[in-house]
Design a protein around this ligand. Sequence first.
Ligand SMILES: *Cc1c(COP(=O)(O)O)cnc(C)c1O
Length: 353
Amino acid sequence: MSYPELLVDRVKLQHNVKTLLAMAAPSGLQIHFVTKCICGWRPIVEAMNEAGADYFADSRVENLANIQDIGLSRMMVRIPMQSQAMDTVRYSDLSLNSDLSVIESLSDAALALERTHGVILMVEMGDLREGFMPDELIDAASRVLNLRGVWLAGIGANFNCYGGIIPEEKQLKQLIEMAESIRRRFGIPLPIVSGGNTGSLYLLKEGRMPEGITHLRIGEGFLIGIETSFRRAIGDLYTDVFTVRAEIVELRRKPSVPQGMIGPNSFNEIPVFEDHGNIWRAIVAIGEQDARCDTLTPRDKNVRFLGASSDHMLLDVTHALRDFKVGDILEFSPDYAALLRASTSPYVNKRLV
Ligand SMILES: *Cc1c(COP(=O)(O)O)cnc(C)c1O
């Protein structure tokens, strides 16, 4: 055993995957499960595949390369780098795109590798991250249709990211209309109309997903078990699939306010303190190199986060439910940001149980 560690509960993970698949099935929605937050870690992806997930998506070709043989489809969700056109085509069968020169490179790569590659054109619908402007779309579609190495698989939009824009029926209906006009104009099936990420799940839950949206890209939903537009629960999805565990290395009664002249802390911020008198304070061997510490929620609600630097996290355990001692293990629930950092940190031991 080595700490800090990231524990993944297989049963809860599989429950979340099955529940989302069952939610999507009645409306014929296809889900690509986005594995970037767990770096496409094979044991997790294999467990998801066992639970019925066949379509996976990631933002990194390295992660897609790792899960080549699992399931039926792999989608690249970050706009591909031109310099990675070959690997994008090698390791994914679909990619989200917003630049014609990149799509041309993908087409050349697909011809060279004798593979087919599906292009999904992203449309800018308010969140202001990736996408063609709506008035560029028909022209872009026509140019893609003239390339021999790629096929036009669909269109899509992204929400809840840069601008925090919540997808609503009105934007999704516009997206469906754009798909319809491409179908009519060019006489193609255009199967994928990708209506967003976990932030779109609330529409599905409330039975308001417009008919014609055929696809979602879901990451946080199955990992953390909440929808991201209003941060509410989704059905009976588990919100504790992941547990971060770390070890106490010091436990002492100390004052809650530092003494001396206050200057910048280890992250060059001037800290501010509330006086709680003398408190029982634990130093836990986990820091910003391992996870995002301020969004790791202690499972014991009476434990209070005080601060963290690269390698140390300080907690007030005065009112903790149990009496801790040095060497004890504390448990935390990571949010998406903390999970991302824990997944990418080489110092965190990962374990599927
Ligand atoms: C990361 C990502 C997703 C998944 O987002 P979640 O909020 O985790 O569901 C979907 N689409 C794109 C383009 C992404 O980059």
